[in-house]
Design a protein around this ligand. Structure first.
Ligand code: MLT
Length: 404
């Protein structure tokens, strides 16, 4: 008789943002008169930039003509997009990443979940705590996480690297040696960032112990301070130990359009096995590529107009971040993040747990945020707000929170 993958049965509850959506929908149905402001999931609200819309229109018209129609995309993505990425995101920053080391996909969430497939199930993973839940849940699904302890909300075979106020919400090198290390900077959920010299320590460590870093750079466009790396390949030696994930969701508003990419350098090897070759095999077998239309939209992100328009869009969200940060600080909250990232990380007031504060905020301010404990045990008593709302909603949400 058929059997299911019982690793799935080990997963407690549902995906964090699905749980939140269910709770919010139930509240909204019971209170149709309330205007709920959603600063929970990091979903953008501003329309696509004009340069992107124009590229989409042109590409749609091309699909209407047999002479310019496109079918399946090339395995790694269209050359025009991979070259634009290599030039703008890497060579312009002094990182020697070539177009053929870039794999275009439909977003960083899928890639961050799928990348573990090319590694043995015997590998031990290390994650920050709190952490973007996809990294852990997908390793659970693969059977790499061991068993779940509901009391500590941890997995027996996962190395947790606490990121607390004492460490400026950055991880310390783990005592136990991991095989795979997930890092995300600027960080989701805490909004913290690390300097290039701190990141260099991780690269040196991974090269020394023979680990691979899976580096999620989804929020790099939000970096506002000097000395914070936009890519792990700014660090020396990263080509032999790091895979980097990128999203177009946050820098260009593609959450509903879907586009991302993963960089696997050719020098990255385990023994004599090339990880580039393995990921290429996986990509070619399981994936048919992001749509041509969307890849043309991605190319427009790197055009002169696109860059100018997106700089303004990022500034718009970061203005929200500053408003949240200052507003909550002035109301006596302990807050961090929001300077190099669109997330603000705050301590729940009056000794409340993360979920108690979630309920309090939903019921009494009609504002939705994300409970810190949903990202891991060290997130307990913390709470995340996103800067991706409209300015008007952000202002109103903060005014409502101040009145609590
Ligand atoms: C988040 O809110 O953490 C992210 O938007 C979720 C995602 O990017 O998948």
């Amino acid at each position: 008789m058929v059997k299911v993958n019982d690793n799935y049965l080990k997963l407690p509850g549902s995906y964090l943002f699905s749980t939140i959506a269910r709770k919010v929908n139930a509240y909204a149905a019971a209170h149709p008169d309330k205007r709920i402001i959603r600063l929970g999931i990091g979903d953008v609200t501003q329309p696509l930039a004009p340069a992107i819309i124009s590229a989409l229109h042109t590409a749609v018209d091309e699909m209407a003509d047999a002479a310019t129609f496109r079918g399946y995309a090339p395995d790694l993505g269209y050359e025009f997009l991979r070259s634009a990425i290599a030039e703008n995101d890497y060579k312009a920053r002094g990182c020697g990443i070539e177009a053929d080391e870039i794999f275009v996909s439909d977003g960083a969430k899928c890639d961050s979940g799928n990348i573990q497939e090319i590694f043995s199930v015997d590998n031990k993973i290390a994650v920050c705590d709190p952490v973007y839940p996809v990294y852990v849940d997908t390793n659970v699904m693969a059977g790499r996480a061991g068993s779940y302890d509901p009391a500590t909300e941890t997995w027996s075979d996962v190395i947790y690297m606490p990121c607390t106020a004492d460490t400026d919400f950055a991880p310390m090198l783990p005592k136990e040696t991991p095989d795979l290390i997930y890092l995300c900077f600027p960080n989701n959920p805490t909004g913290s960032a690390v300097t290039k010299s701190r990141l260099q320590e991780w690269v040196d460590y991974a090269n020394k112990v023979g680990a691979v870093i899976i580096y999620d750079a989804a929020y790099e466009a939000y970096i506002s301070e000097e000395g914070i790396p936009h890519s792990i390949y700014e660090c020396e030696g990263a080509r032999t130990c790091a895979i980097e994930l990128h999203s177009f969701s946050k820098n260009a508003g593609f959450t509903g359009v879907r586009l991302g990419y993963t960089v696997v350098p050719k020098e990255l090897k385990v023994g004599d096995v090339s990880l580039h070759a393995l990921w290429a095999r996986r990509h070619g077998t399981k994936y048919n590529g992001a749509p041509y239309i969307v890849q043309r939209a991605g190319e427009a992100v790197y055009s002169k107009e696109g860059k100018e328009q997106l700089k303004k869009q990022v500034a718009y969200y970061m203005n929200n971040a500053a408003y949240i940060l200052e507003g909550l600080k002035s109301a006596g909250y302990t807050v961090s993040g929001g300077v190099n990232a669109p997330y603000i990380w705050l301590k729940a007031p009056n000794g409340m747990t993360s979920w108690e504060f979630f309920d309090d905020l939903l019921e009494n301010a009609n504002v939705v945020g994300t409970p810190g404990s949903g990202f891991g045990p060290s997130g307990e008593t913390y709470f995340r707000l996103t800067a991706f709302g409209s300015y008007e909603n952000t202002v109103e949400a903060i005014e409502r929170i101040k009145k609590l």
